[in-house]
Write a protein that binds this ligand. Structure first.
Ligand SMILES: Cc1cc2nc3c(=O)[nH]c(=O)nc-3n(C[C@H](O)[C@H](O)[C@H](O)COP(=O)(O)OP(=O)(O)OC[C@H]3O[C@@H](n4cnc5c(N)ncnc54)[C@H](O)[C@@H]3O)c2cc1C
Ligand code: SF4
Length: 338
């Protein structure tokens, strides 16, 4: 039994004041990840600051044609929001590929960004894990690493970021709005999650005393030619072994703009500017897609059990880009059950 205090934040300023005052406190939103981690003795906050009632639940149009999504918009509300369904269907599809309807009803936008890895050893407190206990070692590198990373790894950690939503947000080049004691700032999505390096205990560049208030989508949502392809052990209720967010802007058969992000392969959604640049101006055919896949996976390295991910990702990228080009996205059809 872990003893902890519970307090509710009245507004964003109060939430920031409370977290800044207590270095061992944590925010709680939907609680779908944090409570599990506390039950498993992986996270031990001495104080929970409940932000779930803050007025950050709206989806609003921005002046430059994008959308601002409050950090407390539930994953299911976001996936079924008419503006998301119409203008950013890749994001809706990615969200619906994750978890279960019940979990998506509870899970928040901000919490989804900050969910922690699903590496088996991170949850197993009887084993060394540098992310859970810095300096203790990494059990996964020579252990059962089937679900672990093939890109951007370090000697200290080969964990992956497990979110589906974040893969689409990376491809869409979203921004994360945060507030801390020194005010507000916006973080480009590419800079939000970190690679493990020698500080695998840090998943993101969010400061300890900052709260996520919103995620902003730019105008371009690639509604005509996109797909979110999630490859996993079961058809539902399973994390991605490999996932691909692919979005194209086509002029006839020629690619004008391309976005490509991988999930399940690295400590953050994985993109490479050269892989997307290689698609621009090219015909939307398998040869172009294969070249982009090779570039995106150029530095991929398996650790034994997860070697299969490299080929799986290569074939997945070609399939996802083919689906996007044809305008036949992968169906994540989940009936709206509320
Ligand atoms: C069985 C199961 C299956 C799942 N399958 C998938 C899946 O396939 N794909 C997928 O993407 N996800 C999956 N998930 C994860 C789920 O999406 C996350 O648990 C959820 O998105 C977390 O949101 P939350 O609001 O519940 O976060 P919480 O559990 O409340 O918080 C998570 C973390 O975020 C922090 N936090 C929360 N809100 C804020 C904020 N506004 N500012 C700063 N910090 C904040 C908390 O302090 C905590 O560290 C699964 C979860 C479970 C339990
Ligand atoms: S891969 Fe990372 S999370 Fe998994 S055991 Fe190693 S250090 Fe821990």
């Amino acid at each position: 039994m872990i003893n902890f205090e519970y307090a509710r934040a009245n507004d964003v300023a109060d939430a920031v004041r409370q977290i800044a005052a207590d270095p061992t406190a944590k925010f709680i939103a939907g609680g779908t990840n944090l409570i599990n981690l506390m039950k498993g003795d992986v996270e031990r906050p001495t104080r929970l600051i409940d932000v779930s009632r803050l007025p950050l639940t709206s989806v609003e149009e921005t002046g430059d044609g994008g959308l601002r999504i409050g950090a407390l918009v539930a994953n299911s509300d976001l996936a079924y929001h008419p503006l998301i369904e119409q203008r950013y269907p890749m994001l809706a599809s990615a969200i619906l590929a994750g978890a279960s309807q019940q979990l998506r009803n509870m899970a928040s936008t901000g919490g989804n960004l900050l969910q922690r890895t699903r590496c088996f050893y991170f949850y197993d407190t009887a084993t060394p894990c540098n992310k859970r206990e810095p300096g203790s070692g990494c059990s996964a590198i020579k252990g059962v690493n089937r679900i672990n990373a093939i890109l951007g790894t370090s000697e200290a950690c080969i964990a992956t970021h497990p979110s589906d939503m974040c893969v689409a947000l990376a491809a869409l080049e979203a921004k994360v709005h945060v507030t801390g004691p020194s005010g507000e700032r916006a973080i480009a999505f590419a800079d939000f999650h970190r690679l493990p390096g020698d500080t695998p205990q840090l998943d993101t560049n969010l400061r300890r005393d900052e709260i996520v208030t919103a995620v902003e989508l730019p105008k371009s949502g690639f509604p005509a030619n996109y797909t979110y392809l999630k490859i996993r052990d079961r058809l539902s209720y399973a994390f991605a072994l490999v996932s691909i967010a692919a979005a194209l802007d086509l002029e006839g058969d020629t690619i004008k703009e391309a976005r490509l992000a991988l999930g399940g392969v690295a400590h953050r959604p994985w993109r490479r500017a050269d892989a997307e640049a290689a698609l621009r101006g090219q015909p939307a055919v398998v040869a172009s897609f294969t070249k982009a896949a090779d570039l995106l996976l150029r530095d991929a390295r398996g650790h034994g059990h997860n070697d299969f991910k490299i080929d799986l990702a290569r074939r997945g990228i070609v399939r996802a880009l083919t689906q996007a080009a044809r305008g036949t996205p992968q169906s994540q059809s989940v009936k709206k059950v509320r």
